[in-house]
Design a protein around this ligand. Structure first.
Ligand code: MGD
Ligand code: MGD
Ligand code: SF4
Ligand code: MO
Length: 738
């Protein structure tokens, strides 16, 4: 028996785990008490790390489709790595040569932000193929935040996070961190931090149509009609202006467009929005006054205010409120983290700004956002004939058949209309079953971990690296090597040494850095610097390089010498480093947002749908891929349609009985669960279920498949500015099954 440290990759909290090992088998997992950030916290998912790691349904070898000569598509069979990459090299470059780069769609799912490989290689793949057909989970999630940050601050990745440890007042809108453990706010033990806020006399307000576990902890819970957050937040801003409660504090002089904003929100009075939001005007005024009165306050919005019709407006208004109350970039408010692998900050001054809609999607003409097209448009980009059609897909850690709108259409498109598909995925699931080649990464215990993504959203600056706790099993390939070989195979360099990819990146990055006056290596020799890098693999050398080019004067050796991490202190004000707008100021009322306000104003006169659907997450689940682990299934983690007792009585529904639910995209049979934790007029169905398609290898999940909520959508409901799918607050009809 031995122990090893591993940062948990299962959610955004990034807790440090201590694994107990029997040889190379993980026999247990507990929170690492010495971890500088998570200090021993663990949740049920992290505690089940061993079971997640050892799932017997995980693929052990690549799968390649064979026997397709007879007209059918053939069957996926185990193959060698060589066969798998040979086939990719034989097919994709030819498709690119014939049809152009856009014929290859790159589809990136959520676990990409939870692996070293996913952080380091997809950007290289995209840059070398030069395809504009990029679809990621962001347009099912946080793209509205990127767009609003891009417009406000000039940098789509400049996301302020609530200073949980020091704030006096936290206003949470459309997030349920008690179950999700937080998102775009990396905070191990979010529950403990909320309790500590209350203990030190601070206030927690939760705005959510459901009485969630987070709402139950709050001093005040407001349950508005789903989809109306932007109106509610606009009214808060209106009250701050009208009652003279704005106080920019240190932001005064760094903000542009204040008067225009006052004018733009003038008609969104509490009285004007009260009926649509179904929140009385007095409560709205109280929320605004409390926010303004708190010594330090933070407004924090997530999924429920993002994947909605006015998602970008709502995300923008979250930061507008932080700015109007002087809480942006101040301790206790919402601050910009500074990760150890971020490039060394450049001096303050005007930047290049942020542009939206530089190109549009082929079929529906959706504008790009941050270089991406809406995931909701992937199916139509494959199945609509014409010049520029997507003919090949590389899907990495993505299961859009379940996670994106209208899985049936995407399922058919992937199965019948593609010339070639690759999945990098540990499971044969609803999406990867369509691939011609499946490349399985090893289980997490065999992978090193570093949070390239989440340290940018962490409530405290810190840095931790955990090498792979156990060596790669015979026949396995590290996910970084899989990605590097995939890049080589796709770009016509099949057979080259995969370290060539890392050397290329290192060479380019160092050449750029030595030319930058603000870089710690300015003026030095790039080749000499490359030779100084340590690390046993391409990814380790790249990590070492990023640390050396970063803001803290760190190296990989420093991280190795501190296995429980290095604390880099609380978040500090750093707006000057962050702003990259063309004006060099915060641009409070950017033109694309101003142009979207009339649409919001029209919502004031639109009658509310009698019944709308919202999602929910369960602590022991994670999107679509953890229903196969027995330790995490059962109990309350079930795919039921939650219905309020009043709606159940009105519609003649009984608890546990089947019902039919119908929306734009289709119909589902669901099991009713009656609960008063929802506001009337709202039903809730979780996502990631629907494991009943043939040809998958998910033996546990298939026994209790549930239904795919996204089948209720047809992909046409989007937040227009960000291309994000409306997954919350869409109208449904519900009838008992007769
Ligand atoms: N209705 C509705 N739909 C939603 C949501 C919602 O709230 N409601 N939430 C949305 C959100 S926020 C997100 S992020 C998306 C997620 O959407 P996706 O990213 O498409 O879905 P996941 O279920 O996270 O599955 C990711 C895939 O990664 C694979 N995987 C797991 N570990 C690894 C690994 O280490 N390496 C690789 N290469 N693959 C791995 C899994 O087997 C799975 O196939 O779903 C979205 N869909
Ligand atoms: N256990 C677990 N943890 C997870 C995940 C998981 O699947 N399971 N997924 C991970 C991922 S990929 C992400 S992105 C994060 C998401 O983390 P969170 O953003 O915390 O997401 P949810 O738990 O979906 O919470 C969204 C809340 O918004 C509410 N809501 C719905 N519509 C509206 C609305 O119109 N207005 C308001 N104000 N509220 C609304 C819902 O009732 C729900 O409580 O969680 C991550 N962590
Ligand atoms: S909170 Fe997230 S990171 Fe922490 S143990 Fe649970 S799943 Fe892992
Ligand atoms: Mo997500």
């Amino acid at each position: 028996m031995s122990t090893a440290l591993r940062i948990c990759p299962l959610c955004e909290a990034t807790c440090g785990l201590t694994l107990t090992l029997d040889g190379s088998r993980v026999t247990g997992a507990r929170g690492d008490r010495d971890d500088v950030f998570s200090r021993g916290f663990v949740c049920p998912k992290g505690a089940a790390f061993g079971e997640v790691d050892a799932d017997p349904d995980r693929l052990r070898a690549p799968l390649v489709r064979k026997g397709s000569s007879g007209g059918g598509r053939g069957e996926l069979q185990e193959a060698t790595w060589e066969e798998a990459f040979d086939l990719i090299a034989a097919r994709i470059p030819a498709i690119l040569a014939e049809h152009g780069p856009g014929a290859l769609a790159v589809v990136l799912g959520n676990p990409n932000v939870h692996t070293v490989a996913g952080a380091l290689y997809p950007p290289v793949l995209l840059a070398s193929v030069r395809t504009r057909s990029l679809f990621t989970a962001s347009t099912l999630d946080q793209m509205p935040k990127h767009v609003s940050s891009g417009l406000l601050f000039g940098d789509a990745f400049a996301v302020p996070v609530p200073d949980l440890d020091r704030t006096d007042h936290l206003l949470v809108i459309g997030a349920n961190p008690m179950d999700s453990n937080g998102s775009l706010c990396t905070a191990p033990d979010f529950p403990g931090k909320l309790r500590a806020l209350r203990r030190r006399g601070g206030a927690l307000t939760v705005v959510d149509p459901r009485r969630t576990r987070t709402a139950r902890l709050a001093d005040r819970h407001v349950a508005p009609r789903p989809g109306t957050d932007a109106l509610l937040l606009a009214a808060l801003a209106q009250v701050l202006f009208a009652e003279g409660l704005t106080d920019l504090g240190a932001l005064a002089g760094r903000v542009q467009g204040l008067d225009a904003l006052r004018e733009a929100v003038r008609d969104f009075t509490p009285e004007a929005v009260a009926a649509v939001c179904d929140v009385d005007a007095a409560t709205i005024r109280t929320l605004a006054r409390e926010l303004a009165a708190a010594p330090a306050a933070a407004v924090y919005g997530r999924m429920g205010s993002s994947t909605v019709e006015y998602g970008t407006l709502a995300n923008w208004l979250v930061d507008v409120l932080n700015i109007l109350t002087g809480n942006l970039d101040r301790p206790g408010g919402a601050l910009f983290p500074l990760s150890a692998t971020a490039p060394a900050p450049r001096p303050a001054g005007p930047g290049r700004g942020f542009d939206l809609g530089r190109w549009t999607s082929r079929v529906a003409g959706h504008p790009e956002a941050k270089g991406e097209l809406p995931m909701a448009a992937l199916a139509e980009e494959i199945d609509t004939p014409g010049e520029g059609r997507v003919r090949a897909v590389v899907a990495i850690a993505a299961n859009p058949v379940l996670s994106a709108p209208d899985g049936h259409r995407l399922d058919r498109a992937l199965g019948e209309r593609l010339d070639f598909m690759v999945s990098v995925d540990p499971y044969l699931n609803e999406t990867s079953r369509h691939a011609d080649v499946v490349l399985p990464p090893p289980p997490p215990a065999q992978s090193a971990h570093f949070d390239f993504a989440f340290n940018n959203f962490a409530v405290r600056n810190q840095v931790r690296y955990t090498p792979a706790p156990v060596p790669l099993e015979e026949g396995r390939m590290d996910e970084a090597e899989i990605h590097a070989r995939l890049i080589l195979a796709v770009t016509g360099m099949h057979g080259a040494d995969p370290s060539a990819v890392d050397d290329l990146v290192i060479g380019q990055a160092l050449a750029k850095a030595v030319a930058q006056p603000h870089s710690p290596v300015h003026g030095r020799d790039a080749q000499e610097l490359a030779a100084e890098l340590t690390g046993d693999s391409g990814p380790e050398r790249r990590l070492d390089m990023m640390l050396r080019l970063g803001p803290y004067d760190l190296t990989l050796d420093d991280l190795r010498a501190a296995p429980h991490g290095i604390d880099l202190g609380p978040l500090k004000p750093r707006l000057g480093q962050v702003l990259k707008t063309r004006s060099g100021m915060i641009e409070l009322l950017p033109e694309p947002l101003a142009a979207d306000l009339p649409r919001l104003r029209r919502a004031l006169d639109t009658p509310a749908a009698p019944l709308v659907l919202v999602g929910r997450r369960h602590l022991r689940s994670n999107n679509s891929w953890m229903h196969n682990v027995p330790a995490l299934t059962g109990g309350t983690n079930v795919c039921t349609l939650q219905v309020h007792p009043d709606d159940a009585a009105r519609l003649g529904l009984t608890d546990g009985a089947p019902a039919r639910i119908k929306a734009d995209g289709g119909e589902l049979e669901v099991t009713v669960e009656i609960t008063d934790t929802l506001r009337p007029g709202v039903v809730s169905l979780p996502h990631g279920w629907g494991h009943d398609r043939p040809g998958t290898r998910l033996s546990v999940a298939a026994r209790r498949p549930g239904v795919n909520v996204n089948q209720l959508l047809d992909g046409s409901r989007l937040d227009p500015l960000s291309g994000t799918a409306v997954l919350n607050g869409f109208p449904v009809e519900l009838t008992p099954r007769r």
